[in-house]
Design a protein around this ligand. Structure first.
Ligand SMILES: Cc1cc2nc3c(=O)[nH]c(=O)nc-3n(C[C@H](O)[C@H](O)[C@H](O)COP(=O)(O)OP(=O)(O)OC[C@H]3O[C@@H](n4cnc5c(N)ncnc54)[C@H](O)[C@@H]3O)c2cc1C
Length: 435
C-alpha cells in the first residue's frame, strides 16, 4: 500500500487527509498536538468569549472511523529525502512514498526589540488561554487597587490592524463593557483603554477602503483608540514605544502583526523557498526538486494558479487557501499512483471577512458587494459555525453566541492557570511584566 505521511493537522493537513479517506493509500497524520485548532476563533478564547474546547477538536476523533488513516502524536524534526523518511522527535522515523507538508506558520515579530519577549502572540490555543488568564488577572488587579490604572493594568495595546487585530480590539472592548456592567468590577469603564497600533495609515489592508473606514468608525465608536501610521519601535515589560516618540504604559501587548514560516519546520526542510520564506512549490503544489513531496497551506507559497483572479501571484495565508490546497495535494498523490499527469492548482476565492464585535462585521465577496453591519455579522457567524470542526463544537458555539447575544451574559471568564502568571511579582501587585 502506498504510504502517505501528512505533517500537520491544521486546515490544510485535515483537508488532505479527508480527501484520502477510503482511497487505496495508508495515511499517517503527524502533529505535535493531539487536536486541530480553529485559529479564526482563537481571539474569542483569548477574550473569554468561548472556551478552549469549543475551538479545538481531537484529531483521533475526526478520523476514528477511517480505516486507512492513523494519527501519530509527535513533533517532526526534519525529512531525510534520500531515505524518504519523516524524522520524529523521540520516535522511530516514518517511511513514506508521498509526503504532504502542512506545518503552518508562526507569529512574526519583525525583529522589534522586546516584542517576542514581552508581547502576547495569538497563534495557538496555549497562546489564547495564556492571554485570557493575563487579561482577567489585569482586571482583578485594577479592581483591587484602582490607583494602579495609570501604570497600565487596564491599558491593552493591540499591534496589527489586520483582521486578527481588529477582532481582538473589538472583543476586548466588549469584555471591558461586560466586566463593568455584569461582573461587579468597581473601576470606571473609562479607565480601561484599548489602543490599536498599525504602521499603515488604514486598517484591514486586504479589504476595500469602505470596509476599512467602517471598521475604524465602529472601533472608535466602541472606545478603541487607533494609532495608525505609527510603527512600534520596542516593547518593554511596562510599555510600548512608538516611532513618534510616544510611550504607552501597558501591561498587555497583543501581537497580531502577521505570520512567518521562519523558525518552523518549513525552514528546516532543506527545500527551496519562495515568497516570504514559504516553501516553493510547482503549479501542482509539489515541492520543487523533491519527488513525491507536496507543501500546502500557510507553510507553502501557494500560487493562485492559471485562470485565477491573480495568475502569477502567491495566495494569502488564509483558511480557504489551506483547505483547497490540502485537498488538491491529496488529489495529486492519487493521480501519481494511477500513473496520470498531475494538475495545476487554482485557488477559488470565496471572499474575506472580519468581525469587529456584536452586530458589526465586514464580508467582501470576490465579485460581489461588500456587506457591512448586522448582515455581514450574520454571514460571519454562519460561516464560522459551518467551518468549525465537529458537530458538538458547532452546537456549543451557536448556543454560546446566542446566549451572549441575548443576555450580554457571561462567557468563560475563568483564570484557569494554577499559578499566577509570570507578570506578577511575589506580592501579586504586578509591578513587573512577564518577568
Ligand atoms: C489568530 C488567527 C486568526 C485567523 N483568522 C482567520 C480568518 O478569520 N479567516 C481565514 O481565512 N484565516 C484566518 N487565519 C489564518 C488561518 O487560520 C490559516 O491560514 C490556516 O490555519 C493555515 O492552515 P495550515 O493547515 O496551513 O496551518 P495550521 O492551521 O497552522 O496547522 C499547522 C499544524 O501543523 C502542526 N505542526 C507544526 N509544526 C509541526 C511539527 N514540527 N511537527 C508536528 N506538527 C507540527 C501544528 O501543531 C498545527 O496543528 C487566522 C490565523 C490566526 C493565527
Amino acid at each position: 500500500m502506498h504510504r502517505v505521511v501528512i505533517v500537520g493537522a491544521g486546515f490544510a493537513g485535515l483537508s488532505a487527509a479527508r480527501a484520502l479517506v477510503g482511497k487505496p493509500v495508508e495515511v499517517t497524520i503527524v502533529d505535535q498536538r493531539n487536536f486541530h485548532t480553529f485559529q479564526p476563533l482563537l481571539y474569542e478564547v483569548a477574550t473569554a468569549g468561548l472556551d478552549s474546547g469549543d475551538v479545538a477538536y481531537p484529531i483521533r476523533a475526526i478520523f476514528g472511523k477511517a480505516d486507512n488513516v492513523t494519527f501519530r502524536f509527535a513533533t517532526v524534526t526534519g525529512v531525510d529525502w534520500d531515505r524518504r523518511e519523516v524524522e520524529l522527535d523521540g520516535h522511530a522515523p516514518l517511511p513514506f512514498d508521498s509526503v504532504v507538508v502542512a506545518s503552518g506558520a508562526t507569529a512574526r515579530y519583525f525583529g522589534i526589540p522586546g516584542a517576542s519577549e514581552f508581547a502576547f502572540p495569538l497563534y495557538t490555543l496555549t497562546d489564547a488561554r495564556r492571554l485570557r488568564d493575563h487579561v482577567l488577572r489585569r482586571l482583578e488587579q485594577a479592581d483591587s487597587d484602582p490607583a494602579l490604572a495609570p501604570g497600565g493594568p487596564l491599558t491593552f495595546v493591540v499591534v496589527g490592524g489586520g483582521p486578527t487585530g481588529v477582532e481582538v480590539a473589538g472583543a476586548l472592548a466588549e469584555l471591558l463593557d461586560v466586566a463593568v456592567r455584569h461582573d461587579g468590577f468597581t473601576f470606571e469603564r473609562a479607565t480601561g483603554r484599548i489602543i490599536l497600533v498599525d504602521g499603515l495609515p488604514r486598517l484591514l489592508t486586504p479589504f476595500k477602503e469602505s470596509g476599512a473606514a467602517y471598521a475604524a468608525k465602529t472601533l472608535e465608536g466602541r472606545g478603541v483608540e487607533l494609532r495608525l501610521g505609527r510603527m512600534v519601535k520596542s516593547v518593554t515589560d511596562a510599555c510600548v514605544n512608538l516611532d513618534d516618540g510616544s510611550e504607552i504604559p501597558t501591561r498587555t501587548v497583543v501581537w497580531a502583526g502577521g505570520v512567518t514560516v521562519d523558525g518552523t519546520l518549513a525552514s528546516r526542510l532543506d527545500a527551496a523557498t519562495g515568497a516570504n520564506g514559504r516553501l516553493a512549490v510547482n503549479d501542482d503544489l509539489s515541492l520543487e526538486g523533491r519527488d513525491g513531496a507536496f507543501a500546502v497551506g500557510d507553510a507553502a507559497a501557494v500560487p493562485w494558479g492559471p485562470d485565477s483572479d491573480h495568475p502569477g501571484e502567491t495566495c494569502p495565508q488564509l483558511a480557504q487557501v489551506a483547505i483547497q490546497s490540502g485537498k488538491h495535494a491529496a488529489g495529486q498523490v492519487l493521480l501519481r499512483i494511477d500513473g496520470k499527469p498531475t494538475e495545476a492548482f487554482r485557488y477559488k476565492d470565496k471572499g474575506i471577512m472580519a468581525t469587529i464585535g456584536r452586530r458589526a462585521a465586514i464580508t467582501e465577496l470576490p465579485h460581489g458587494p461588500a456587506i457591512h453591519g448586522t448582515l455581514g455579522w450574520l454571514a460571519w457567524l454562519a460561516l464560522h459555525i459551518l467551518y468549525l470542526i465537529g458537530f458538538r463544537n458547532k452546537i456549543i458555539v451557536l448556543v454560546n453566541w446566542s446566549w451572549r447575544y441575548l443576555s450580554w451574559g457571561s462567557g468563560p471568564r475563568l483564570i484557569v492557570g494554577e499559578e499566577p502568571d509570570e507578570d506578577e511579582d511575589a506580592a501579586g501587585h504586578g509591578t513587573t511584566l512577564l518577568g
